[in-house]
Structures are given as structure tokens and as C-alpha cells.
Design a protein around this ligand. Structure first.
Ligand code: DHB
Length: 307
């Protein structure tokens, strides 16, 4: 099996779960522990436990999903308390934090800095909280946050970024990231604030936020690939990039590897298929690598060719 590293933390495969589906409750995280997921990634947490938005808030679509979950989670203290038990699975733990303010994020990152988490992914891109902009679309706020978030300890910090669609934005964000000891970035979060309409019922298909929600799955793979590629060209190779967006086969993972990803995360496919997806996708990637006679991630990473 092809292995990899994120911020010098070894991963037994190239594939693990994205923060999102099936990673909120302790039993779900335990299931990830016994699965072929290369890490246990937790649902983005907030200071207090949350029920999340009103239902229906997730709808499967033919080629992906739309969701506006609203950060349902147990509150960060529950995950802090759970981590030593999750650690018994013997694989890296990535915690996702998604505070509503810099103060929240500072409190939570500080707490996880002295926990047994291996990596801390700070979510700058939740699109589903009414009245809260995605931090990653506010460059000044991102820079002010990083000034303080990177000073709290020695555990690797990463950023979960929203998708960008313009080179001015790729450049600006890359230049900010380069100023700080950010160890990894995760590209991309869902494409925020999209609208799916059911013409039969003449209605939006999810309830929160007037029907606006994050688009996920196959629809967003080219956007994820572009973001991984752009940042891999703009950032030093010491900053690992985790690819997310529409990965459901070994071929998808291979494409993200060509674009420059050091690992990938799976959300919609995991929601639809369950934990079996991790072993399947890893095996499919291994077959592709073997057929092409590549024996390591390094042989392919970022080696996208131009025609
Ligand atoms: C939620 C959605 C996201 O895309 C995210 O990054 C964090 C939380 C949610 O709605 O729960």
C-alpha cells in the first residue's frame, strides 16, 4: 500500500475522511479507527455543542450532494476528552476546529495543542452559518488570525480553505500563508451557497438559509484539482496540500496526486458508501500506481504534464 506523510506525520495510505459526514459521534470516530481510513478526522467543532440547522439539510444528488448542516457537533471539550480513547486505534488523529470568532479559535487551538491530536485543521471555510462569512474569503481576517493561531504550540496547524476561482485570490492567499508556519492546507471545502431546485415541487431541496448550501461531490472535482494545483505551484514544497472534492475512485485520487496533493480526504462518497470506501479507493490507487510502475507518492506528486 502506498503510504504518505502530512507535516511529517506518517499516514498508512493516501486516503482518509474529510471533516463532514460520519465523524461527529464517538461511535462514528471509532468506526473510522477500525476502517482503512489513514487517519481519524473529526467533525469541525465549536465552543459549545450544536444541533445544527433545520432539516432537510443534506440531499444526495446524482453526481454529489448539497448540504447546509450548520456545524452539528458535540462541542470541543467532548472531543478533547474523547481523544485518548480514539488514539487507541493507533492511527493519526486530525481535529477540525471551526470557531465563530478568532477568540473561539484561539481557545480551541490552545486546548488541542496540549492534547494527543496529531494535526490541527482550522476551518476557514464553513459556508453554512447564517450571517457568518467564510474567513478564507476575507484576506485581512485570515492574516490577523494566523498571526495568533500559529503561536500557540508546536503541533502542526493546517487550514481548510474555501475554493478560489481567480489567480489574484490564489496569489494573495498563498502570500499570506507563506508568512506563517502553516504546515498544511486542505483544498477545498464545499462550493458554498449554491442552489438546487426541484422543479416538480417548485422548491429548494434543503431548508436552511433559503435553500443555499455547499455543493459537494463530482460537480466540484475540477475546482478542487485547480485549487490543489495552483497552491502547489505557489507554496513551498514544505507545506503539504491535502486534496478534497469529488474523490470516489482511485483515479480521482491519482489525479489529485498529479495536481500536487500529499493525501486526499473523502466526504460525499464516504457519506454514501460508508467506511468501505477507504479500502476500496486505496486499493484502486495502488492498482493504478502498480500498472504505471510508480512505487512512491514522490514519483507522481505534482508531476502533472501540459499538452
Ligand atoms: C459545515 C459545512 C462546512 O462546509 C464546513 O466547513 C463546516 C461545517 C456544516 O454545515 O456543518
Amino acid at each position: 500500500r502506498i503510504s504518505t506523510k502530512i507535516a511529517e506525520i506518517p499516514l498508512a495510505s493516501f486516503i482518509f475522511n474529510a471533516s463532514g459526514p460520519r465523524c461527529t459521534e464517538e461511535d462514528e470516530l471509532n468506526l473510522l479507527g477500525t476502517s482503512a481510513s489513514a487517519a481519524i478526522m473529526t467533525k469541525s467543532c465549536t465552543m459549545e455543542p450544536r444541533e445544527g440547522n433545520a432539516e432537510p439539510r443534506y440531499q444526495a444528488l446524482p453526481y454529489g450532494s448539497i448540504q447546509s448542516m450548520g456545524l452539528p457537533n458535540l462541542g470541543y471539550k467532548a472531543y478533547l476528552e474523547m481523544l485518548p480513547r480514539l488514539k487507541q486505534a493507533g492511527k493519526p488523529i486530525v481535529v477540525s476546529i471551526s470557531g465563530f470568532s478568532l477568540a473561539d479559535n484561539l481557545t480551541m487551538v490552545k486546548a488541542f495543542q496540549t492534547s494527543c491530536a496529531d494535526l490541527i485543521e482550522v476551518n476557514f471555510s464553513c459556508p453554512n452559518i447564517e450571517g457568518k462569512a467564510q474567513v478564507g474569503y476575507d484576506f485581512e481576517q485570515t492574516e490577523r488570525a494566523l498571526e495568533q493561531l500559529c503561536e500557540l504550540g508546536s503541533k502542526p496547524i493546517g487550514l481548510k480553505l474555501p475554493p478560489y476561482f481567480d489567480f489574484s485570490h490564489f496569489n494573495t492567499m498563498a502570500n499570506i500563508i507563506k508568512k506563517f508556519p502553516v504546515s498544511f492546507i486542505t483544498c477545498i471545502n464545499s462550493v458554498g451557497n449554491t442552489l438546487v431546485i426541484d422543479p416538480e415541487t417548485e422548491s429548494a431541496i434543503i431548508k436552511p438559509k433559503g435553500g443555499f448550501g455547499g455543493l459537494c461531490g463530482d460537480y466540484i472535482k475540477p475546482i478542487g484539482l485547480a485549487n490543489v494545483r495552483a497552491f502547489s505551484q505557489l507554496l513551498p514544497s514544505s507545506i503539504d496540500i491535502i486534496g478534497v472534492g469529488g474523490i470516489k475512485t482511485g483515479t480521482d485520487a491519482f489525479e489529485y496526486l498529479l495536481a500536487g496533493a500529499s493525501a486526499v480526504q473523502v466526504a460525499t462518497c464516504f457519506e454514501k458508501e460508508g467506511v468501505e470506501c477507504f479500502d476500496r479507493i486505496a486499493k484502486e490507487l495502488d492498482s493504478i500506481m502498480a500498472a504505471k510502475q510508480y512505487s512512491s507518492i514522490a514519483a507522481v506528486k505534482g508531476k502533472l504534464k501540459m499538452i
